[in-house]
Design a protein around this ligand. Sequence first.
Ligand code: ZN
Length: 334
Amino acid sequence: MNRIFLCALFLLLSRLSWAQPFHLPTANQALFVKGAEDKFFAPTTGKTWTSGTYGCVRSGGWQMHEGIDIKCVQRDRHDEPADPVLATDDGIVAYLSDKPALSNYGRYIVLQHNVGRLEIYSLYAHLAELQSGLKAGQAVQTGEKIAVMGRTSNTRERISKDRAHVHFELNLFYNEHFSAWFKKHYPTEHDDHGIWNGQNLVGIDARLVLLAEHEEGARFNLLNWIQHRPELCRVLVRKTNFPWVKRYSMLVKNDSNLPKNKIAGYEIALDFNGLPFELVPRAAAQIKGSARYQLLSVNEAEYAKNPCRRLVTRQGSHWQLGNNGLNLLDLLTY
Ligand SMILES: [Zn+2]
């Protein structure tokens, strides 16, 4: 009898841990203590803790911060950050950058995870050192030490000791053809990190995901959470076989009346950060005009709240795709 009970308990616990994929990447757990946000988020100089959260939280609301900055809780004798940085979920090392001068992320790591069928990437930046022996392609487990927190970055202004933090992101991945796209769009610039350039990863709000997981427990469903992002705008693209459609096929609405060979484009819902969270296949007859990308609608209330990515712009009463919006659609469908 006891044995059956233990088996049932084990099954239940393993189910719970499956349903809550992401764990905090350091020992700082203050995120889950109401009113303790200032102990968790590292603000920018002279600002409140909200400047360390995800979103349009920098430069007066006009600069995007794609990750969350988690405060240091352990120091060495030189007062340097010493927190072990831990894998947020079981996964595979996708990329390691051990050359801090090549990125404003400084020294950073990208891990790949599969949550249900969703391909998710976690990113850990400003690291002091990588766990020795860690290699791309290697499997890591939830909570495994992958690095030590640091203050590395290639920005002119250094991260001060009192602001020491890990910059942590949860992302989806735009396009494996990123390097070719980058070369075409920025012919004079050097792409130091290949497809692991931050531009090729689209961040979701790690704070909201971690809090929702914490509150909802086994009921939390990441795919469902992504499918219910507030919509900034809806666009139409005249492309059919771009990588996102395959990689994130669960975000594509099935239309049984429209056979695959009749699909001429997709209507795409984007959140304010450019996450394509819903794709609706369209037949040629449903597509008006000849433009490669068309802006179908803008949610003005969402734009008023989160304008900083400048994906759309307004000329008088007329909305259009901004350069950033066009760039993003180009990368997405390249
Ligand atoms: Zn940051």
